[in-house]
Structure formats: C-alpha cells, structure tokens
Ligand binder design. Structure first.
Ligand SMILES: Nc1ncnc2c1ncn2[C@@H]1O[C@H](COP(=O)(O)OP(=O)(O)OP(=O)(O)O)[C@@H](O)[C@H]1O
Ligand SMILES: [Mg+2]
Length: 312
C-alpha cells in the first residue's frame, strides 16, 4: 500500500496557554480534495502552517507523501504548494516578474522556467495582466496569482488556507473550476474554508476540528450517513394522525414520535432502503400519507451538529 499523501500524526502546538492544535490526527489519500473545517480559532491555519514547514509542532509529526516535515523539510517543500490566508505580493514586481522570482526560488532555470511561468499564468487566467503590478490586482486576480505561485514547482499536494474568502460569486465559481481541474490532474488538495455549501460542492471528504481536536473526518457520503442516522423524518397525513403514530411506534428504527396536527415528526435511525420500506408499510396499512421527507444533512448541518461553536 502506498503512503497517504498527507498524514497528520498526533500533532500538538501550543501558544502559551492556548492549545492551538491538540493531539490531532488525520490522513488524506492521493487525488482527494479534502475540506478542512472548524470554527474561528480551531487550529486550521496552525495545522496548515506546520504541514507547510513554516512552524514546528511541540509534539507529533506531519508526513507528506511519506516524508516528515521535521526530518526532511526541504523535501516536503518540493512536494507541497502552500497558499497562506493572506496574500502580500512584493511591491515593484509585475505579474510575470513575481512568478519568475518564485520559479527561480524553486530552482527552475532557462527555457524551462520561461515555459513554466507562461503555462501556469495561462492556466490561472493571468496572461492579459502582464504589465500590471502584482500589488495592483483585484482580490480575485490576486488569488489567481497566489494560486499560480503555488503551482510553479508542480507539487503533489496543495494546502490552501481559505483561498475563496473575499471572492465574488463568479470569481468563486471560476476558482472552484481551477481546483477541480487540478484535482483531475492528480493533485491532492487540502482546503480550509468557512463557506460550507461551497466546500460541499468542491470536496469529496472533510475533516472537522474544534479547539485543536478532531471532531469528524471521512468522506462526505460517510459523514452524511452518520449524521442522517440520528435525523428526523417528517410525515404529513390526510387524517388519523394518532393511528399513524401508533403504527410508527411499532416500526423498527423509529424513535420518539411527536404529533402536531396532521404532521408527525420522528427520529429515524435507518438508511434510505429502510425509509422506503417504512413508507411502503405505512401506505399498505391504510395510512393516507401526503408528505414523507427527511432533511438531507448538508455540510452546514454536519458542522453545526459536530461543533459546539466554542471560539478560542
Ligand atoms: N502566533 C500565535 N501566537 C499566539 N497564539 C496564536 C498564534 N497563532 C495562532 N494562535 C492561536 O491559536 C489558536 C488557533 O489559531 P488558528 O489561526 O490556527 O485557527 P483557525 O482555525 O485558522 O481560525 P480562523 O478560522 O479564524 O482562521 C487561536 O486561539 C489563535 O489565537
Ligand atoms: Mg485560519
């Protein structure tokens, strides 16, 4: 079995009394887009900075493609592209000069450097901005330049700290399309964000942390399943809500049943198959079902259910 692309192992980092990251572990496979979610101060930036070799942990380690950030930080740097939560381009450099500077820093030389800068600028939609100073870009174009800088050395893993914050809806959609293209080209992407519906569309897995600790991790489908296991179903009947209530209480996976007029709400611990069976039996037993619905857990539900909103 190949090593995970990213493995965070029992990571801890304190700042004075604050446990920014507290015994955090999770792994991410190759080619995945993983959302990194948690309330303000949860420890996302701290974890990402350690993975990017910009800070060192008090305990634990981070392995990128099997390489330790503590033992071989230079090797790790060649494998990752890190996009910090703030973008401060150097003044007095235009867009190609900015990219050229970083391409040199990553050891690209001669024709190869020119070609790489051109192709990365093209991929990120920056070719028309050749004479613009890097500090004079709009937020959206600045984020494209910031992303372009992380791609120059063709890293396997992208660590993106809130890359979409401050972007307008169109810029966000365009940015998301770039990320999907990168993932399709085989790159793994760890992306933190507070824009949860958007992460749901971009990511195939999530890691939720709070107070530096892991709360939930897995594919979105797995997590939805586990949240759904405790979810409520709401059923509206044409008549005889009490009869329907008595029926429901005899059924497997059904918890408390509340009746409110013609509407019944009950906890249901079954999967889709079980829900379909329940509805079939209800209709077969003569209950006039008008509506039968369960709330789909989206990322926002997962976030609200799994975190307590403690900001540190
Ligand atoms: N250099 C530092 N010195 C002191 N405390 C710090 C430092 N960096 C982070 N912290 C603290 O560590 C905790 C975690 O911060 P971090 O920036 O990692 O959270 P975050 O999840 O990225 O939050 P946000 O969603 O607001 O970006 C916070 O309580 C923060 O105040
Ligand atoms: Mg942060």
């Amino acid at each position: 079995m190949t090593a995970p692309l990213l493995e965070v192992r029992s990571l801890s980092r304190r700042y004075g009394k604050v446990r920014a990251v507290d015994d955090l572990s999770f792994a991410m496979q190759h080619g995945r887009i993983t959302g990194f979610v948690g309330p303000n101060g949860a420890g996302k930036t701290t974890t990402m900075r350690i993975a990017a070799t910009l800070d060192v942990p008090d305990q634990g380690d981070v392995l990128v493609d099997g390489v330790s950030v503590l033992v071989e930080p230079r090797e790790v740097r060649m494998r990752i592209g890190y996009m910090a939560d703030q973008f401060h381009p150097y003044p007095n450099l235009d867009v190609p000069q900015y990219l050229d500077f970083f391409a040199r820093a990553y050891g690209l030389r001669g024709r190869r450097r020119l070609q790489t800068v051109r192709s990365v600028a093209g991929f990120c939609g920056l070719l028309g901005f050749g004479d613009r100073p890097a500090t004079g870009l709009s937020k959206g174009m600045g984020q494209r330049l910031h992303l372009a800088k992380t791609l120059l050395h063709d890293p396997k893993l992208l660590i993106l700290d809130e890359p979409a914050s401050g972007l307008d809806p169109r810029a966000r959609i365009e940015f998301r399309a770039l990320l999907k293209e990168l993932a399709a080209a085989g790159k793994g992407i760890l992306i933190s964000s507070h824009i949860l519906p958007e992460l749901g569309e971009t990511c195939d897995s999530v890691v939720v942390i709070e107070k530096g600790r892991r709360v939930v991790a897995g594919t979105i489908a797995e997590i939805q399943q586990s949240v759904r296991a405790e979810q409520a179903v709401s059923m509206r009947v044409l008549r005889d809500a009490e009869t329907a209530q008595r029926f429901l209480l005899t059924q497997p996976a059904v918890g408390d049943v509340l009746v409110d007029g013609d509407r019944l709400r009950f906890a249901f611990a079954g999967d889709d198959e079980a829900a379909a069976g329940l509805l079939q039996r209800a209709v077969a037993s003569g209950i006039a079902v008008v509506e039968f619905a369960r709330d789909e857990a989206d990322l926002e539900d997962i976030f609200l259910k799994s975190t307590k909103g403690n900001v540190q």
